[in-house]
Design a protein around this ligand. Structure first.
Ligand code: SF4
Length: 66
């Protein structure tokens, strides 16, 4: 299965992988386990800042309030 290489260490994925929230499920399907993984803003943040972004930052770069 197609999977992001950061799946095991990504705070967003770990926190929301079992969520029923539709937005989370959609992001996980499209980014974490989909062909948009290379466009993930979390990945970009990690590269630019040398550390992981907050867990509630979505792959789109926006913050989730749940
Ligand atoms: S949110 Fe981004 S960095 Fe995290 S597992 Fe998904 S695609 Fe990878």
């Amino acid at each position: 299965m197609l999977e992001c290489e950061l799946l095991n260490v990504c705070g967003f994925f770990i926190k929301y992988m079992d969520s029923n929230n539709l937005a989370c499920r959609s992001f996980i399907n499209k980014y974490c386990r989909g062909d948009m993984m290379d466009r993930c803003e979390r990945k970009k943040y990690r590269k630019e800042h040398g550390e992981a972004p907050p867990d509630n930052m979505m792959p789109s770069g926006k913050m989730l309030n749940i």
